[in-house]
Design a protein around this ligand. Structure first.
Ligand code: ADP
Ligand code: MG
Length: 246
């Protein structure tokens, strides 16, 4: 098992385009995420959440500044990081088992993969094709595929946004379990304040595009959390107020 990794962003900038069409998406972002921490990135659409996640994953490089995983500058796709996207991105002609295998570094035997599938609640579905299972189950498969490489950092970009409300809550609980049981540091993007407060040790609230981090809210409540815990209510009010909702 890979040990969890810390993530450091130092003075990170990312802009796209040139001249008058230049868009400054990330401006001077500095953030340190501890190993084994669960961090939510919350913010309005277009503020640069996905861009930030892609920089950590090594899918993109900053215009300026440094992104480090465990003290090493990220310069390309980083094998210590796994990414789960909003859509499961499974190969439709491959079984769930074979899709999960794709996330493993090197050879992975069937029993290890099946164990992972069981962990995400998919025992008995190993030989199914993606089209034969629900959206939630496909996303569980994507999560198992992400875990198959024993990542030090698990990055998730609005992983449950496409799911129905109930499935979404179940997936949140699954992610809480996964965060507990794997050694991975978890960074996830969400629009959902409840989701952020249910899962994260810290909620990083991003301001508008190019405006950086607005605030960071610490959630001290131990995980797994009771969704109706009274200590979460004032944090929710604070976050809602931040988005102009009272
Ligand atoms: N590769 C790219 N080329 C040009 N513009 C981009 C690129 N990636 C992101 N952007 C722009 O950066 C802004 C932030 O995008 P994104 O990080 O996807 O926001 P969020 O995930 O917070 O909704 C958007 O205006 C988007 O159009
Ligand atoms: Mg996004």
């Amino acid at each position: 098992m890979t040990r969890s990794a810390n993530v450091t962003l130092e003075g990170v900038y990312r802009h796209f385009g040139k001249g008058r069409s230049r868009v400054d998406v990330l401006t001077n972002i500095s953030l340190t995420i501890q190993a084994e921490e669960v961090v939510a990135l919350l913010g309005p659409s277009g503020c640069g959440k996905s861009t930030l996640l892609r920089l950590i994953a090594g899918l993109d490089v900053p215009s300026d500044g440094v992104v480090m995983v465990d003290g090493h500058t990220v310069t390309g796709v980083d094998p210590r990081c796994a990414v789960v996207f909003q859509e499961p991105r499974l190969l439709p002609w491959r079984s769930l088992r074979d899709n999960v295998k794709l996330g493993a570094r090197g050879e992975k035997d069937d029993s290890a993969v099946d164990e992972l599938l069981a962990e995400v609640g998919l025992a008995g579905f190993e030989n199914h094709l993606p089209k034969e299972v629900s959206g939630g189950m496909a996303q569980r498969t994507a999560l198992a595929r992400g875990l198959a490489g024993h990542p030090g950092v698990l990055l998730l970009d609005e992983p449950f946004a496409a799911l129905d409300a109930l499935t979404r809550l179940q997936m949140q609980d699954l992610l809480a379990e996964v965060a507990q049981h794997t050694a991975a540091t978890v960074v996830f993007v969400t629009h959902d304040i409840d989701e952020a407060l249910h899962l994260a040790d810290r909620v990083v609230v991003m301001a508008g595009r190019g405006e950086g981090i607005a605030e960071i809210i610490r959630v001290d409540q131990p995980r797994p959390r009771d969704r109706s815990h009274p200590e979460l209510a004032p944090l929710k009010a604070e976050l809602l107020a931040r988005f102009g909702i009272h």
